[in-house]
Design a protein around this ligand. Structure first.
Ligand code: FES
Length: 144
């Protein structure tokens, strides 16, 4: 019996999604006093409301890399994923990068549009990938 790969249900037309960390550090005014966290969420949610379903925003508890707070993960839309776009982690997502972020996701986000060079400077490795790379380096050192 052969396996048929198909996109089903909600995954067929998934919008570009911003997962905004609002855990112990991200969004915490005591740890990030220079950031207007509510203004950020209002900006992102307004963009989602105006996108006719092409952009979604949700918040989540701590994603892991608290040292790079505030963290936002940009998940590609189904069409972006089909063109090679992958979840992109953004660190130090403070007020001054909101315009670049909103321009990028309005143009389609990962796989569909190029982010600005300044926004790219804020891309960080997902925690799992960073751990895997660190383990690989550790083994390399042990062999020397
Ligand atoms: S609270 Fe955002 S990464 Fe920990």
């Amino acid at each position: 019996m052969s396996l048929v790969k198909a996109t089903i249900g909600a995954a067929r037309d998934r919008p570009c999604t911003l997962v905004v960390c609002r855990g112990c550090c991200c969004g915490n005014p005591r740890k990030q006093p220079h950031v207007d966290h509510q203004w950020q969420l209002d900006q992102l949610r307004a963009a989602a409301a105006e996108s006719a379903g092409r952009l979604a925003v949700r918040t989540t508890d701590c994603l892991g890399p608290c040292g790079q707070a505030n963290v936002i993960v940009v998940q590609p839309a189904t069409a972006g994923r089909a063109k090679g776009g992958r979840a992109t982690w953004i660190g130090w997502a403070n007020d001054d990068c909101m315009d670049d972020l909103l321009r990028w996701v309005a143009a389609g986000g990962p796989g569909l549009a190029q982010p600005s060079a300044t926004l790219e400077l804020q891309f960080i490795r997902p925690p799992g990938e960073a751990r895997t790379r660190a383990r690989g380096r550790g083994r390399g050192r042990a062999r020397r």
